[in-house]
Design a protein around this ligand. Structure first.
Ligand code: NAP
Length: 446
């Protein structure tokens, strides 16, 4: 009997959960990871905030999966550049696109293209040392920043901007980025949501982190806080929102000079819908319309406008997946069009590429389980013919002189990054470019 051969494109959480599920469903399966960067772990390495090292510990479980006998890592191989999707589909029984949601949802308002406005994908990518964003060079020589959005990414961005060097000492913020952030004169950061405090999508642990920061105080207009959350909310959602309100009530009163004590200020502004970015050559402010809740749980503009002068705007309003030739894209969800994880034939998707950017890291587990089930059932129903799999992929990459890296290579890059941080005590000092990563492997780089 031939063995099941599957290619998983992307090595973030959803890719690893899919591999685990495949291994469980079919211990004999041969699974190859095709990853664009030399470094694995996607969102965990370059999306989870640099000061959330405990969250990053999940990498240990992914590493155990990557080290299993049936699993092979092909890093520095880009789908569409080094190999086409049709080629990959021809080489394997099934292909799973676990490519995440690396692009920003665009805030479509006048002025959004002005210099000084960044989407959170690029801004978070920059402070997390993602090679795609290492040249972003955001101008932080400003006194006020506005973060648009009321989700956990907005909180991450605000927190990273105001945390002190000593609070970031245990993080893996790249040294060059830390230099820019910690030299910034930013004193005020606004976190603006278009709906009310009870609608914010923050989770409570993240919101609580905004209390007790060394150099910053979080402020809210207490009069904007409702006493309860909307009646139609139930279960976990309701509990989270209730706890959020209790946490927000512990923030200092906006406008109270006694609360400040020379600290930086993080202003949580609600019912503030951005309508225009102001500025000529670069951003000088953002115009908001005050909103109010309507009876059907939506918001409506009140016709009252106010401007927040600022030199930096980060939109943190959600992400979109990336499209591939021949793969239908769902513009509504920002994900790949699929039915329960199947795109078509032997092509599947999981995680944020399947569902859009929502949920916690573990939310992608059930996508992996479902897709593994379908792949196994297809394979059992097939004629049992053997696909070329790993040998075919390797031959093709070698023929094209693609300098792919294997898992052992990644371990050497990993060790070099950890080694580089020894003097500072940080967990690692990331290499910011693919060239630097590959240089670690010389002279044995293929
Ligand atoms: P999110 O939780 O979906 O929040 C997006 C925010 O942007 C919402 O407040 C949304 O407001 C707002 N928004 C959307 N379109 C807007 C527009 N046109 N104008 C103004 N505001 C707009 O997304 P996220 O913060 O990017 O997070 C993505 C996922 O990653 C979430 O599941 C999040 O929990 C997770 N995450 C978790 C952690 C953690 O656990 N530490 C850290 C980071 C991210 P509305 O509600 O009004 O639509």
């Amino acid at each position: 009997m031939s063995r099941l051969r599957v290619a998983v494109v992307g090595s973030g959480p959803s890719g690893f959960y899919a591999i685990s599920a495949l291994n469980k469903a079919c211990p004999d399966a041969l699974v190859d990871i095709v990853e664009r960067l030399p470094t694995p772990f996607g969102l965990i390495r370059a999306g989870v905030a640099p000061d959330h090292q405990t969250t990053k510990n999940v990498i240990r479980a992914y590493a155990r999966t990557a080290e299993q006998a049936g699993v092979t890592y092909f890093g520095n191989v880009e789908l569409g550049r080094d190999i086409s999707l049709d080629e990959l589909r021809g080489l394997y029984d099934a292909v799973i696109l676990a490519v995440g949601a690396p692009a920003d949802k665009v805030l479509n308002i006048p002025g959004i293209d002005l210099p000084g406005v960044h989407g959170s994908a690029e801004f978070v990518g920059w402070y997390n040392g993602h090679p795609d964003h290492r040249t972003l060079n955001p101008d932080l020589d400003v006194s006020t920043a506005v973060v648009i959005g009321n989700g956990n990414v907005a909180i991450d961005v605000a927190r990273v901007l105001v945390k002190s060097p000593s609070e970031m000492a245990d993080s893996d913020l790249p040294a060059a980025v830390a230099d820019v952030i910690h030299a910034s004169p930013i004193r005020d950061v606004y976190v603006a949501g278009r709906r009310g405090p009870a609608d914010a999508k923050f989770t409570t642990v993240e919101l609580k982190e905004m209390l007790g920061l060394e150099e910053a105080v979080s402020l809210i207009d207490h009069a904007s806080l409702p006493e309860t959350v909307p009646e139609d909310l139930e279960g976990r959602d309701r509990r989270v929102r209730e706890k959020n309100l209790l946490t927000l009530a512990r923030f200092e009163e906006e406008g109270d000079p006694a609360a400040l004590d020379g600290k930086k200020r993080v202003h949580f502004a609600f019912y503030a819908n951005p309508v225009e970015v102001r500025g000529e050559d670069r951003v000088t402010g953002v115009l908001f319309e005050t909103t109010c809740a309507t009876e059907d749980g939506k918001i409506a503009g009140t016709g009252t406008f106010f401007e927040v002068p600022c030199g930096l705007i980060v939109t943190a309003i959600g992400y979109r997946s990336r499209s591939f030739e021949g793969v239908p894209f769902d513009h509504r969800t920002g994900a790949l069009l699929n039915t329960d994880g199947r795109i078509s034939g032997n092509l599947f998707t999981v995680g944020w590429a399947k569902r859009g950017p929502s949920g916690v890291i573990g939310s992608s587990k059930r996508d992996g389980d479902r897709v593994a089930e379908m792949i196994l059932s297809d394979w059992q129903a097939s004629d049992g013919g053997e696909t070329a799999g790993r040998a075919g992929l390797q031959a093709l990459l070698e023929e094209r002189n693609v300098p792919f890296v294997d898992y052992e290579d990644w371990r050497r890059i990993d060790a070099a990054e950890i080694d580089r941080a020894q003097e500072t005590g940080a967990p690692r000092e990331k290499f910011l470019s693919v060239e630097e990563m590959l240089a670690v492997l010389e002279p044995t780089t293929r």
